[in-house]
Design a protein around this ligand. Structure first.
Ligand SMILES: C[S@@+](CC[C@H](N)C(=O)[O-])C[C@H]1O[C@@H](n2cnc3c(N)ncnc32)[C@H](O)[C@@H]1O
Length: 298
């Protein structure tokens, strides 16, 4: 135990997450000689520097606070933002369902405040690459500042000021991850850029956008295994006297749609704008019929 603690000290330039007794949290960039002020009093950064992560520290007013390292989720929740960020509950599922891996080359659509970019960079590691397409140049400096807080070395990240609907210059990329309002406009260029077996994932807030994206993926015929999901995350209040869901939750954030770049199915007819190939028109009814037959024979 003693050894484990000694291996994790705060250093000058680190970021600490200070937590008070009411669970209020503050992100503090530690610098020799600086002081953190709050209603609980003053805490010299030097009290933390060269001392243990996970330790309790006393302010000049006698209050104790906890100091830990912030997680990526802590950074994201507290980052200065303009466009709506993707929240930690979705970031985890994006890296999982897009099956990001260390060393992957990922094209991202929509830089925004850099929350998703930070998660992508972490998932691909120093051996991978993230290239972000963004149309609004004014967002870049704030996003880079946000990304730098979690990834001081982000030399494997490039920003391309361009409309991703108009084309992706890179070829044979492993993944495309989108947080743009009209992902269906990028389907053709994504199909051209992705390696065979590569995965596209799109995050959108409304189900109408999901439908339009899915229909366009089907119309393209190069995408298979198309799936759409939504995550509901509910935290629980657990004490000796009471165990129940918390009163508040973020009920809705957005939907994730994934698809795999494949060869078009032999004999597939390009569907019309309704998203249905002529041979698929009765497929929903056929499936209902098949289920009924299976149940009847059990
Ligand atoms: C919701 S924000 C992205 C937020 C980001 N994922 C985050 O977590 O901070 C959408 C971004 O997509 C950008 N955008 C919209 N249309 C685009 C396009 N056609 N090509 C590239 N970027 C686009 C917007 O300027 C905006 O920055």
């Amino acid at each position: 135990m003693e050894t484990a603690v000694k291996h994790n000290f705060f250093h000058d330039g680190d970021t600490a997450l200070i937590v008070d007794r009411k669970a209020r949290q503050y992100l503090v960039n530690l610098a020799v000689g600086e002081t953190f002020h709050s209603h609980l009093g003053r805490l010299a950064h030097d009290q933390l520097i060269d001392h243990s992560v996970g330790g309790w520290y006393r302010t000049d007013k006698g209050h104790t606070v906890l100091a830990v390292r912030p997680t990526l989720g802590d950074f994201v929740r507290k980052m200065p933002r303009g466009p709506q960020i993707i929240y930690p509950k979705d970031l985890g599922n994006i890296t999982n369902f897009a099956d990001l891996f260390p060393g992957a080359t990922v094209i991202e659509g929509g830089l925004g405040s850099g929350a998703l970019t930070s998660a992508l960079l972490r998932a691909v590691g120093s051996g991978g690459r993230v290239i972000t397409y963004e149309i609004d140049e004014t967002l870049v400096s704030r996003a880079i500042k946000n990304i730098e807080k979690f990834h001081p070395d982000h030399s494997n990240h490039a920003i391309c000021i361009a409309d991703i609907y108009q084309g992706i210059a890179e070829q044979e990329v492993d993944r495309v991850v989108l947080d743009v309002p009209e992902p269906w406009n990028a389907v053709e260029t994504i199909g051209d850029a992705l390696v065979m077996g590569g995965i596209v994932l799109s995050f959108v807030p409304t189900i109408i956008q999901v439908q339009q994206f899915v229909l366009e993926l089907e119309r393209d015929t190069r995408f298979q295994m198309i799936e759409s999901i939504e995550t509901m995350l509910r935290s629980w209040h657990v004490t000796r006297r009471s165990v129940r869901p918390d009163h508040r939750m973020v009920a809705h954030s957005g939907f994730l749609t994934t698809a795999v770049r494949c060869e078009p199915r032999a004999g597939a007819t390009q569907p019309d704008r309704s998203g249905r190939a002529p041979e698929d028109l009765d497929s929903d009814l056929d499936l209902i019929g098949e289920d009924e037959v299976e149940e009847a024979s059990e």
